[in-house]
Write a protein that binds this ligand. Structure first.
Ligand SMILES: [Zn+2]
Length: 258
């Protein structure tokens, strides 16, 4: 299974920078987990293949590229783009994004071939399939309804946390997985901003250290995601200082194969 965190920010030379403003993970060039930079950074090949977008939650940095992606593809689609999300997230998108005021209500629109966007609601704890992938959504602890996922393709299994603060059920689910190759987990803010992290339901490196004590799969590679760009250098240093084996930063733009 191939996974890539798409870039979302440019440096002064116009090249992709390692700072992550937006969250969008592409699996096997055909399924997007979150859509932060989907319209802005997907490759031509990914553009032509991605027709399924799976959302962890409705925060802007995770959905910003979704309306633009559908807009860009609108006239060329011969099948709808499926947006997989919980009913709460779908309701939030319909009320606040696809409401004609911010952007068109695409689920009501058609091109010459038919519908351009369809919602596929999923329920927490209930597995569902997207293309060749089996996904299990697990509730996590964020300011808004948010899920993480265990994602399997029949050979490889990995997990992604979504945005979260301290959590228990997520770890129980992961600990019961037989073959977990990798875990992608958030760590948004540096240790000195622990109050902000608590208020916004995010993790700091020290918070992440505590959480990883609940994780029994010590052989599993753990990759940090969702570092707020303004604090990236500090968070990366503080994570290195933890000295935890198997813990590393997920590099933006790099294709990982598990
Ligand atoms: Zn969030």
């Amino acid at each position: 299974m191939k996974i890539q965190l798409l870039p979302s920010t440019f440096d002064e030379n116009g090249s992709a920078s390692p700072r992550q403003h937006l969250a969008c993970f592409i699996i096997d060039d055909c399924v997007a987990i979150d859509a932060g930079s989907l319209a802005m950074a997907a490759s031509t090949d990914q553009w032509s293949q991605i027709r399924d977008v799976v959302l962890t939650h409705a925060h802007l940095d995770h959905i910003a590229g979704l309306p633009l992606f559908i807009d860009d593809l609108f006239s060329t689609l011969d099948a709808p783009i499926f947006v997989h999300a919980t009913r709460e997230v779908i309701e939030t998108l319909e009320q606040n994004i696809f409401n004609w005021a911010i952007y068109p209500r695409f689920c009501e629109l058609e091109n010459v071939n038919g519908a351009v966007m369809k919602y596929q609601p999923f329920e927490i704890g209930k597995e569902f399939f997207v293309k060749h992938l089996r996904l299990k959504p697990i509730s996590v602890n964020h300011r808004v309804p948010t899920v993480g996922f265990i994602i399997a393709d029949g050979e490889t299994t990995f997990a992604i946390s979504g945005d979260t603060a301290e959590v228990d059920g997520f770890w129980q689910s992961l600990n019961s997985e037989e073959n977990l190759s990798a875990l992608l987990i958030e760590c948004a803010l540096p240790n000195e901003l622990v109050e902000l992290a608590d208020a916004s339901h995010h993790l700091t490196p020290l918070g992440l250290q505590k959480e990883l004590l609940k994780f029994n799969r010590k052989e599993c590679s753990v990759y940090v995601i969702n570092i707020k760009p303004m604090y990236r250098e500090t968070v990366v240093r503080q994570i290195a200082e933890l000295g935890i084996e198997n813990l590393q930063i997920l590099e933006i733009g790099q294709v990982y194969e598990w």
